[in-house]
Write a protein that binds this ligand. Structure first.
Ligand code: ZN
Length: 241
């Protein structure tokens, strides 16, 4: 059955859905600002053109849609069959004609949103597995997509900035990054956002300071601009994903 409103009723899920929809609109606007002839130009991500970013974001929506389908039907459908297949898909997708790329981006996002909308409340806690093998409730797909749309909109390099990312989204991404580092045994880090007053990380960790958006740029491997440390040296952040 297709309905026009969300079947979820949990206020936390509904809040996350509102946030991801804002992010998707932000990404769509950024993509609209990229001229067709500029899609082949470099994005902010090393080695990736803007077309790579658009293909990746489109295929990411399809992959997350598979997890929502998994939760809806109980039939196991992983995000990707292998990391290699994922990379090949992005590579091939980046060669699509501009019109096809935009179509992929728009339609995959709409299909994912419809899948979320139609997922009954009682299915939102179903367990699915991410591409990295983490078992999560399917509700996590909303956050996974939120991270993607905000960060990659900025990667398109059309004037959207990390400072445009809403504070709560930026803070949650930073917490995710620190969690990944900690699970991998990286040296502990404490991030102090001097504009929002937010402190993220462990008390004993080496302190890095800067605006929330600059810390976000550093932690996600995009830039070291605006970030300070007590020793004066700011090394590139460890790999995140
Ligand atoms: Zn991504």
């Amino acid at each position: 059955m297709t309905v026009l409103t969300d079947r979820a009723v949990d206020p936390v899920i509904l809040g996350d859905l509102a946030q991801v929809r804002l992010g998707q609109a932000f990404l769509s606007r950024a993509l609209n600002e990229v001229k067709n002839e500029d899609l082949v130009r470099p994005s902010a991500l090393p080695g990736w053109s803007r077309a790579h970013v658009v293909a990746h974001v489109g295929y990411n929506a399809r992959a997350l849609n598979r997890l929502v389908d998994w939760a809806a039907t109980g039939i196991v459908t992983p995000m990707y069959s292998s990391p290699l297949e994922r990379d090949e898909e992005i590579e091939l997708g980046s060669t699509l004609a501009p019109r096809a790329l935009r179509h992929l981006s728009d339609h995959a996002a709409i299909a994912l949103d419809v899948a979320w909308r139609d997922l009954p409340q009682e299915r939102w806690s179903e367990t699915v597995k991410t591409a990295r093998g983490r078992e999560v409730p399917v509700s996590e797909t909303v956050w996974m997509r939120t991270r993607e749309v905000w960060l990659h909109a900025v990667d398109l390099g059309t004037g959207s900035r990390l400072a445009d990312v809403p504070g709560p989204v930026g803070e949650r991404i930073l917490s995710d990054v620190l969690e990944v580092w900690s699970s991998r045994g990286e040296a502990p880090v404490r991030l102090v956002a001097d504009d929002s007053g937010t402190v993220i990380g462990e008390p004993g960790g080496s302190v890095l300071e800067g605006r929330l958006s600059d810390l976000l740029g550093w932690a996600t491997g995009r830039s070291v601009r605006g970030v300070r440390s007590a020793s004066g040296d700011v090394l590139p952040a460890p790999r995140w994903i």
